[in-house]
Each structure stands twice: as C-alpha cells, then as structure tokens.
Design a protein around this ligand. Structure first.
Ligand code: SF4
Length: 448
C-alpha cells in the first residue's frame, strides 16, 4: 500500500502554491494524498501568521492530532509556513505537543530525509532539491494555476510579519518562470496568476533570458510581456502589487491584451501620518497620482485594495480620510482588517496598540458599508452588458466564475462540463458580490 499524506493550508495563495510544492515532494516519494487525516501517514500543516486567529487555529488543532496518535502512534505531524519561519527560537513548539517536524518553508527540501529518519519504512530513496522554488508543484487538474515568481519582502511595513517569516525578497529566474508557464499552458491552463509579496518589484537574476524584441526594460513589465506571448493563454493576473513599484512601464503593461481588467493595489490607509507610521513610503497624494495614471493607461480597470483600520494612533478623523480615499479611487473591492499586533514586527516595538477593540470593529463596519455601497453601484453598471466568464464551479444550480474584472458572475446551469470554459454572458441583474447572467448561447462558448 502506498503511504498517504494530508495537507491543511492556512493563509494566502502563496501558501497554497507552497503546499503544492510539498505535495510534489511527497508524490515523488510515492505518497498519495488522502482526505482521511486521522489515518494519514504524514499530516502537514502549512501555517499563516498574518492574524492571531490563524495561529490560534494551529495551536488548537494539536489536541486533535494527539487523539489521532493514540490510534496511529507512528503518524508524523509536520508544521511549516510562516509561523515556523518567524519563530526563530522555536518558542511556539511548546504549544504544539503533537508536532514531530517544525520547519520554515524553504526547508521543505529536507522533508524526504526527515521522514526517512522517523519512518524508514516510508522512504526508500530520494533526490533532494537544493532550492525549494525549483521543486515542481503538484497541482489539482484545473485551467487556472498560480505561479510563484518571488518570495520574501524588503519593505518592512511595521505591521507585517512577512520579512521575518519569509525573509528578504528572492526572485526566481525568468527562464524557470517561463518554463513553468509554458508547461502549464501546454497542459491546458488558460489563466495564470503570478504570485509575489510585492510582485511588481520583481528583478530577474537572468535578464538575458528576455527576448531581444521585448519592448520593456522594467523586469516585471518585461516578464508580463513574455507571458502574454504564450499561445493558448487567455488571462494573466498578478498579486500583490506595491504602489511604489508601479513604474511607468508596469502601468503601461496593464494594457497588454491578456492582462485581466483588474489591479489589486494595497493602500492600507488614506492618511499620511498613519502611512508614515506603517512605513508604507508613499503619501495619499502619491497613491492617488498612481491611480490616475493607471486609469489613464487602462480605462475601466477594476481596482482592489487592502486596508487596515485601527492602526496604533489612528484617530477617527484619520480613519475618515481612508473612507474618503476609498470613494475617491472608487475601489471595486477591499480586504479590510482590524489591526492586530504581531510579535516580532516593528509595529509592536514602536507603537502601543491603543485603539479600542470596539472602536476598531466600528471603523471596520463603517468601511465595509462604504465598500458594499460602492460594490453594488459598480456591479449595477454591468447590467445589460456582456461579460466574459471563466467558469470554475457548478454548484446549487449555478455555473460561476470570474469576469475579466475579477467579479463573480453566475448563470443557471447544472452541467459540470461548463467548468474550465470561457463564456460570454449577458448580465441581467447585479447584487453586491455577484453578477446574475443569462445562460450563454452555444456560439459564445470557448472550450478550454
Ligand atoms: S510590502 Fe509590507 S505588507 Fe507587503 S509583504 Fe512587504 S512588509 Fe508585508
């Protein structure tokens, strides 16, 4: 019988892509994935440190693993990801009594050896990779795929654990990225999402790999151009961008034909003093100026952002400036968070967490209201238009997917063969978070 593994992934798409790399390592060792966690030979937990609640869930699940081990004492529980990355003194381990292996993400390359040490019956031999970014991710079959082009971050925003958990910025070579994208497209992928913590600050270690006719000098814009040349690819998306790395060329590259009509550009606050304390290194005015240039380069582009409310010292008036910036930009969507102090960050060392919980919740509610009002108005503008949807799900009588603006759209359907198809559908009604559409005419469907 083949050995089995179960992976639980917390957090962002980059963690999910890292889990696919871990799955790649284990499948090369002959393991198969199982949904039966209790009986798996190896349980992997890929953690996130962005919020305390995500870390608490990891601590909380240890009880369950101890129970599993009563029935299966040789089961291996491995914890990796951002918690292990930022916990240099391994202090969290004290709250993880069921854990056998505890390692930062890049150390996944040693997994075969560590499993062999604990369970020699599970591993015969293995080729160890030197760099985890060279490991082939094992992806579930899909027409959509995520490709990590960069990991780590040099920006040190004062609220953020990423530079500690993932280290300083590291970029993959262009040649490796293009090879991975080519293979994915050859296997039927039609939408690629490039991942990086500040993806648009990408710097190639092998710029000679760009084609001589590539018109861009900025490495990220040049990479987007290269990927746009891939025949068979329909949509290109990337996240998350940093406003300061939105160079003229990256802004120009937003108009490339396969680029989705959406940009996620985290602003975090609309007040200059709060932005300064967050160490975001731009002002409200500079952010708005970038947005104006983005809208000029790609008229009608949908915009998303991330916002933190209740950052230390943020007054109600300063928060109101965030709401006014939100309206001024006209964002389509925002991921709003209430500030939560993360140990090890500069924010904790420099500032007291002095905005009351209740007040944070109230500001969050106000901002959610601003967002929802605007989202509904923006969606209503699509009524009567035709949108192109990449269907990724058929459930509860509807086929659904996202438009080029990354808006959720759906139409009545029960046939799962819609999944993976691009369809042109007319919008008949709009809700805050969904465009209701008519089923497509047969001629408006592209097989993936
Ligand atoms: S840019 Fe700031 S928020 Fe984003 S990953 Fe880097 S430090 Fe964190």
């Amino acid at each position: 019988m083949q050995p089995t593994y179960a992976i639980t992934t917390f957090g962002c798409q980059m963690n999910k892509n890292d889990s696919e790399r871990i799955a790649g390592i284990l499948s090369a060792l002959g393991f198969v994935e199982t949904t039966e966690e209790a009986t798996a030979d190896v349980i992997l937990v890929n953690t996130c440190s962005v919020r305390q609640s995500a870390e608490d869930r990891v601590f909380g699940s240890q009880e369950k693993y101890l129970e599993y081990k009563k029935k299966k004492p040789n089961q291996i529980v491995a914890v990796t990801g951002c918690m292990a990355g930022r916990d240099k003194k391994r202090e969290f381990l004290r709250q993880m009594p069921a854990t056998d292996l505890y390692f930062p993400t890049p150390d996944m390359v040693h997994l075969p050896q560590w499993i062999a040490e604990l369970r020699p019956d599970l591993v015969n031999s293995a080729d160890l990779a030197e760099d985890y970014l060279k490991i082939h991710p094992l992806r579930a079959p899909s027409v959509q795929a995520y490709v990590t082009i960069q990991t780590g971050c040099n920006k040190f925003c004062t609220y953020c654990v990423v530079p500690y958990a993932r280290g300083l910025e590291r970029n993959r070579p262009v040649a490796d990225i293009l090879q991975e994208c080519r293979e994915l497209v050859a296997h039927g992928v039609i939408e690629l999402t490039l991942l990086g913590q500040t993806v648009n600050s990408y710097k190639a270690t092998d710029p000679e790999s760009f084609a001589p006719q590539n018109p861009f000098k900025d490495h990220f814009a040049a990479l987007l151009w290269e990927i746009n040349q891939l025949e068979g690819l329909e949509r290109l998306h990337w996240t998350a961008a940093h406003p300061n790395s939105m160079t003229d060329e990256v802004i120009a590259a937003l108009a490339l034909p396969k680029q989705v009509n959406y940009l996620h550009l985290p602003v975090q606050s609309g007040n200059n003093e709060v932005l300064r304390r967050m160490n975001r290194k731009y002002t409200r005015e500079e952010y708005l100026e970038k947005i104006a240039r983005i809208k000029a380069a790609r008229p009608g582009i949908a915009l998303g952002t991330d916002i933190i409310v209740g950052f230390p010292g943020e007054t109600r008036a300063q928060f109101e400036e965030t709401c006014s910036l939100y309206r001024e930009v006209g964002f389509d969507v925002s991921y709003n968070a209430q500030y939560s102090p993360r140990s090890g960050t500069l924010g904790v060392k420099l500032y007291a967490d002095d905005v009351e919980k209740e007040e944070k919740r109230d500001r969050w509610n106000v901002l959610q209201g601003v967002m929802e009002d605007l989202a509904l108005a923006k969606n209503q503008a699509f009524i009567g238009t035709t949108v192109r949807v990449l269907v990724d799900k058929v459930t509860q009588g509807f086929a659904s997917g996202t438009t080029h603006e990354m808006k959720l759209a759906r139409f009545p359907a029960t046939d799962t063969s819609w999944i993976g198809k691009c369809v042109d559908v007319s919008v008949t009604a709009a809700k805050t978070w969904v465009l209701e559409c008519q089923p497509p005419a047969a001629s408006h469907v592209d097989a993936a």
